[in-house]
Design a protein around this ligand. Structure first.
Ligand SMILES: *Cc1c(COP(=O)(O)O)cnc(C)c1O
Length: 366
């Protein structure tokens, strides 16, 4: 058995919703997608939401709809999932990495301005592990240099800053509903925006460059990034539960932090003032002063039946694939340090308080 690091929560409601769609005869994009988009936009507090078939597709739509093209430079973090930076490369633009804060693991906004050139078009910020980026500072920079902000909120559905929801801060906010995410449609994604033109361009891009009003009129290159009504039906049910899911994650995180606070060499997550961190991941740092190395601790957890995971074992600039952009080891020392020290512990809604106590006890015994 043990305590897994992740487990999707699919119940009767989702199964029934899928059965209804399957019997309805409309199984590709149809009324369920439209309903999911409307409800998701309301949830985020944005005017529009455009559903697609993955978070990566949503990122690509955001890049495209924000007019990112060959030769543009996009500022982002190297400490994220590869899809963040790949969406830049998909548009033949250049990922310009900036190091992270060690406490939140998000892009260090004080280091952004130095990297801005005439070619810089956007900042692609990530809400890593479920905590939104440093909004106030990055907004000021974007205004000063006339840059777009695209928010990779794939890990932060329901997260808040100043009581406003993740995905609503920049020109476009992007979500993933992959099976391991805080809410899921199996595979799926969403682009949230207050900008009508961005919403319309994203809708065209997911649909072979056609508008939804006129068929066989191709305005531009497009892909097939459409979500199915089958997936949307699951999404509608998951959206009803996401606040409860997040509250459970936050509660589990709180107990973990209380239990692990005073252990030498273990650094528990930082939650910034005015931020609601939704703990898609509960990520500690295992520093040199701890009895075991990070990898030894991870193996020890495994023996005890406790799942753990490393997000991410290597910052993006150290992969050979990114070498062509001129990066090398030592360029982003904080991201490199984080990748050596981070370990994510089970925090999802199916982890019980008893499980949490067991995790704490297991660490204390070391
Ligand atoms: C999951 C994730 C993505 C990609 O989403 P998919 O649905 O798997 O394509 C992008 N960025 C971040 C930060 C993610 O966590």
């Amino acid at each position: 058995m043990g305590i897994p690091i992740v487990k999707p929560i699919i119940k009767e409601e989702e199964i029934r919703a899928v059965e209804e769609v399957l019997s309805s005869g409309i199984i590709a994009q149809g009324p369920k997608v439209a309903e999911f988009e409307k409800k998701f936009a309301d949830f985020c507090g944005t005017k529009y939401a455009v559903a697609v078939n993955s978070g990566t597709a949503a990122l690509h739509c955001a890049m495209r709809a924000c007019g990112i093209k060959k030769g543009d430079e996009i500022i982002t973090t190297p400490f994220t999932f590869v899809a963040t930076a790949n969406s830049i490369i998909m548009q033949d633009a250049r990922p310009v990495f900036v190091d992270i804060y060690l406490d939140t693991f998000n892009i260090d906004s004080a280091k952004i301005e130095k990297k801005i050139t005439k070619k810089t078009k956007a900042i692609l910020s990530v809400d890593l592990y479920g905590q939104i980026y440093n909004v106030n500072v990055i907004k000021k920079i974007a205004e000063k240099y006339n840059l777009k902000i695209i928010e990779d909120a794939c890990q932060a559905v329901g997260g808040e800053f100043n009581h406003k929801k993740a995905g609503s801060f920049g020109d476009a906010g992007v979500f993933s509903f992959y099976a391991t995410k805080s809410m899921t449609t199996g595979e799926g994604g969403m682009l949230a925006t207050n900008n009508e033109s961005i919403a319309e361009l994203a809708k065209r891009f997911r649909h072979h460059g056609q508008s939804e009003q006129t068929r066989y009129q191709y305005f531009d290159l497009g892909f097939n990034y459409r979500m199915t009504d089958i997936a949307a039906a699951i999404g509608i049910e998951q959206l009803k539960k996401i606040d409860d899911f997040n509250e459970k994650r936050i509660k589990n995180a709180k107990i973990l932090t209380e239990g692990l606070r005073n252990i030498k060499g273990l650094i528990t997550p930082t939650v910034k003032d005015n931020y609601k961190h939704v703990f898609h991941q509960y990520t500690i740092r295992v520093a040199d002063e701890f009895k075991l190395s990070r990898d030894e601790l991870s193996r020890y957890f495994k023996e005890k039946g406790i799942g753990s995971a490393i997000f991410y074992p290597k910052p993006l600039h150290l992969y050979p694939y990114f070498e062509k952009f001129g990066y090398k080891e030592g360029d982003f020392p904080i991201a490199e340090k984080a990748s050596r020290e981070v370990l994510s512990l089970p925090v999802h809604p199916l982890v019980s308080e008893e499980d949490i106590r067991f995790i704490i006890k297991t660490i204390q015994e070391i």
